[in-house]
Write a new protein. Sequence first.
Length: 442
Amino acid sequence: MILKTPAATRLPLLCLALVASVAACDNNIGLPADSGTGLRYPIALVADPSGKQVFALGANFDRQYRAGRMRTIDTATDRFLVDKQGAAIATEVPSFGGSFALDPVADPTSTVAFHLLVPSRDDDSLSVLDVGHATPTTMDCNADALTGICGDNHRIAGTTGVFPVGDDPIAVALSDGPDGRRRVHIAAANNGQLSLFDYDPKEQPINLRALDVVSMPAGLNSIVISPLSQRAYVTTTRAAAIQTYRIDPGPSVDKPWLIAQEPSIVLPASPVTDYGRGMAFSSDYSRLYVAWRSPASLNILDVVPDASGVPNNRLVDTIVIGNQPSALAVAPTGPGGRDLVYVSCYGDGAIWVVDPVERTSIARIPMRLGIHEPGVDATIVRGSPFSLAAVNVPNRGWQLYAALFSVPPVSEHHIVVVPIGAGAPNFNVADHIVHVGIGGTP
């Protein structure tokens, strides 16, 4: 795969070559690779369309190792995949990743089943991991043997150049263009940059083409695109409004598509300047659910397009939930199969369940880890939920995967699974939670 822009604006491909990124890379040089069988600091989860696998991204916040890691959970067993010798199947990625995107490969003759597009916040890069069809699943990005980071043919790095990925890229989203190409939207937190790339999904390896870049308020956090209106929605932690935009035809062959910003959607705010976090659409894409921190709430927006294709973008209701809402997952697990919204509340140590039809919270799932360590009362230990993935697992029904950070004095990190489908145990009882990874143990 070649990650490219037009020749005159080719992006740097190795962070070692960039002054702005040397510190981030040098900090990890000489550190060992993480060879544990678990996953440290899980920060993002994405399921494959079949529901058979969940990809989990782990960070390296404490710089104990040279890189973070991507691992695969087998949803049939709720265990991380290992090879025949019992070693972890993992691919190294830069230390501090963000919300990543999964793109299935349509060509049945390809050896690659999925591409994972992973932003890295510590060295301002985008890495592309190739996930194979083999069993157990393989992942490859032509990683450098010294640093562990993806090779230069699987990576765009740096904030210099005409079309960089931005300062602190935190989220990636994909959409389909009318020309048959796949669009890649990248939101960067520190400088509020929104970058747009695209590629031909029939090409293997893929070639990223830079299209446009615009400035938005700093603190960008999450991005989603509606297939009904083709509008994109972007949250920011520093502004009490959702940024919106569409993609318009450009003026020339060299600039085929441009980002056209539209009016932002102003939402209720409290004096604390920490606002938008994760977002998710309803199953029919008529509603947009937004995790909001100030005040702590779930905002429900009507985003149905009118006859001209312009979405309503109207606030329907605000539901009060637990402290520091972070991520969302939507699943048809409510009465009659209607949607329920699951919200991870980081500061509350729980996942809140909201019925958007009744417009009320109906359950709070406490994340009691039940860990037994010397001097630690397991009944009071809780985990702080971060990323979520609602997955319709074959032969098991709907399961909610949650990435947790533990709180002192426990220093472990976890991914847990909560049954949420028909016949699942009571939401409010945490004893049925299954631990996928506890520290270094699968």
